[in-house]
Ligand binder design. Structure first.
Ligand code: CP3
Length: 356
């Protein structure tokens, strides 16, 4: 591409959300919501029906870009998040992922060192290139002031699905294997760090402005295991991404980390920490806010309930945490039961916050 044919987009720092990473506290704070594209939106359901399966949607750049843009058109969020899934990585590694309607993801459980040794990045190029093509389209089609977030699952969370073969409330299969056979789990982590770097690198090269690492199951681990399976792999992933792309901010989302969150922020090298719904505002204020960029943490179920309570809690979070660099978000993803009008109400409440 020559300079004259390069798409004209404003410099990244012109995107409002990006300036929190320069240490600015914005009032009102920038806002986007985890799972902002999804089944609560009728237009998502229509596009999803056209695509066929869920992974067909992830692997169709035109349709994946379309569903990424849908919530931006409706609500004008400060950031779009690439429409894909954390389980694209195991799929690309040759562990075929299926999504069973109403039940969630299914994989063949991976339980031995021999199976880990067979994992290969050889076939991943096509998958990662397809997702990068979605990012490229988005960079062309998004408003210039909307930041574009790329993402992957953290190695531990992805491993829990690969080992268990499906989601579970206690991740017993992965935790058990990590005690019985830590070498196998370590080898799996090594592959997942490498694959996640390749996946994220493709997204950044295609135009992602910042990245989020989803560690949805970080909370199930005791201290030593938290260090070994959450902090260490995240730190390696972040370090390699920083080496390749020093100016691309990384948000870590160690859901359920609780008292480990501050150590996660200090030791992993991420630029921001996503806080889940259960984390008390006073803990966020005293251990994270002002030391790192904070993101979070409205209860997704309050977004379902709506009403005045929603406005009040949104205001409370934004005014408590917004004195330091802060991004407004939920504490976990939007659920399918969410009335779309409540999302509009939330955005209006947050945008109504007067300079602090
Ligand atoms: O809008 C966005 O946030 C971007 C897209 C996105 C999806 N999944 C789309 C999706 C992102 C960032 C994810 C991350 C993801 N995927 C996580 C981490 C965050 C979290 O929720 O804890 C996890 C654990 C997954 C794995 C996954 N994908 C599960 C367990 C499920 C089934 C549960 C469910 O909600 O159905 C999915 C499917 C999925 N990923 C859907 C969407 C919109 C629903 C599938 C559908 O349309 O049928």
């Amino acid at each position: 591409m020559t300079d004259s044919t390069r798409p004209k987009t404003p410099p990244k720092r012109a995107r409002r959300l990006m300036s929190v990473f320069d240490g600015q506290a914005l009032s009102p704070p920038p806002i986007w919501l985890m799972r902002q594209a999804g089944r609560y939106l009728p237009e998502y359901r229509a596009t999803r029906a056209k695509a066929g399966g869920f992974l067909d949607l992830c692997y169709s750049p035109a349709l994946a870009a379309e569903v990424t843009l849908q919530p931006i058109r409706r609500y004008g969020f400060d950031a779009a998040i690439l429409f894909s899934d954390i389980l694209v990585v195991p799929d690309a590694l040759g562990r075929a992922v299926r999504f069973v309607e109403g039940e969630g993801p299914r994989l063949d459980p991976l339980t031995t060192g021999g199976e880990v040794a067979k994992l290969s990045l050889a076939g991943s190029g096509r998958v990662f290139t397809t997702v990068a093509e979605t990012v490229q389209r988005l960079r062309q089609d998004l408003p210039g002031d909307t930041a574009l977030i790329g993402f992957c699952g953290a190695p531990w969370t992805v491993a829990t699905y690969m080992i268990g073969g499906q989601g579970s409330s206690d991740q017993a299969a992965a935790r058990g294997l990590a005690y019985r056979d830590p070498q196998t789990v370590q080898a799996l982590m090594d592959v997942l760090v490498e694959a996640s770097v390749a996946y994220l690198d493709g997204q950044v090269r295609a135009g992602a402005d910042l990245l989020q690492i989803f560690d949805s199951w970080a909370g199930s681990l005791p201290e030593d295991e938290f260090d070994r399976w959450v902090i260490t792999p995240t730190k390696r992933l972040a370090a390699e991404m920083k080496r390749r792309h020093p100016h691309v901010p990384i948000i870590g989302f160690p859901r359920g980390a609780g008292v480990h969150a501050a150590r996660f922020a200090r030791e992993t090298g991420v630029d921001a920490v996503g806080c889940d719904t259960a984390m008390p505002l006073h803990q966020i204020r005293s251990t994270l806010s002002g030391k790192t960029v904070v993101q979070g943490n409205l209860d997704p179920l309050l977004l379902v309930a709506g009403g005045q309570r929603l406005d009040e809690q949104a205001r409370k979070i934004a005014t408590t945490l917004g004195v330091n660099p802060f991004i407004f978000n939920l504490g976990h993803g939007i659920v399918p039961e969410t009335p779309p009008e409540n999302v509009a109400r939330l955005v209006a409440a947050v945008r109504d916050i007067k300079p602090l």
